[in-house]
Design a protein around this ligand. Structure first.
Ligand code: HEC
Length: 149
C-alpha cells in the first residue's frame, strides 16, 4: 500500500514537473512570437506593402519590442530542458552553458530599437531601422536558436 502511494506521488510529481518545464518553454516561445508580431507583423509587412504605412502602429511596435526585449534575460533564466510540443523552434542547450554570452546578445537589440525610435518617418527610414534591428535578433538566433521543423 505504502509503495503504491509513493509510486502515485512520484508520478504526480513527475507529471507536474513536465508541465512546469513545458510552461517555461511556452513562455519563452510566446515572448519571441510577440517580438515577431511587431518586427515582422508590423514593420516588415509595411515594408513589403502588405500593410499601409501607419506611423502610430510603427511607433507602438517599437515600444512593444523594447519592452519585450527587456524581458529576454529573465524569461530565459531557466532551462526548460525540452522544446515546446509541436513547436517550430527550440532553444539550444548552449544557452545554459554560455548564459553570459547569450545575455550579451540582448543589449545590441535594445540599442538598435532605441536608435530607431523617433527616426522612422517613411519607407526608407523604416527599411534602415528594420534591417538594423533584425540583424541583431539574428545574431542571437544564429548561435542559440534551433530550427525543429
Ligand atoms: C538573446 C537571444 C535572442 C534574441 C536577442 C532574440 N531571440 Fe528570438 N529566439 C531566441 C531563442 C533561444 C529562440 C528559440 C526558443 C523559442 O522559440 O522560444 C528564439 C525564437 C524566436 C522565434 C520563434 C518562436 C517560436 O517558438 O516559434 C521568433 C519568431 C523570434 N525568436 C523572434 C525574435 C525577434 C523578432 C527578435 C529581435 C527583436 C529576437 N527574436 C531576439 C533567442 C533570441
Amino acid at each position: 500500500m505504502k509503495r503504491v502511494v509513493l509510486a502515485t506521488i512520484a508520478i504526480v510529481l513527475g507529471v507536474s514537473g513536465v508541465v512546469a518545464q513545458q510552461n517555461i518553454a511556452v513562455q519563452q516561445s510566446n515572448l519571441m512570437k510577440g517580438q515577431a508580431k511587431s518586427l515582422y507583423g508590423v514593420l516588415s509587412r509595411t515594408l513589403r506593402g502588405q500593410s499601409p504605412y501607419d506611423q502610430a502602429a510603427i511607433d507602438a511596435a517599437l515600444v512593444q519590442l523594447e519592452e519585450s526585449v527587456g524581458k529576454i534575460a529573465t524569461v530565459f533564466a531557466t532551462n526548460p530542458k525540452e522544446d515546446v510540443v509541436g513547436g517550430d523552434y527550440g532553444s539550444s542547450q548552449k544557452i545554459w552553458q554560455n548564459k553570459a554570452d547569450f545575455d550579451s546578445k540582448i543589449p545590441p537589440v535594445a540599442k538598435a530599437i532605441a536608435a530607431a525610435k523617433g527616426k522612422i518617418k517613411d519607407a526608407d527610414s523604416l527599411k534602415v531601422a528594420f534591417d538594423a534591428i533584425n540583424a541583431r535578433c539574428g545574431d542571437c538566433h544564429e548561435t542559440y536558436r534551433v530550427k525543429l521543423k
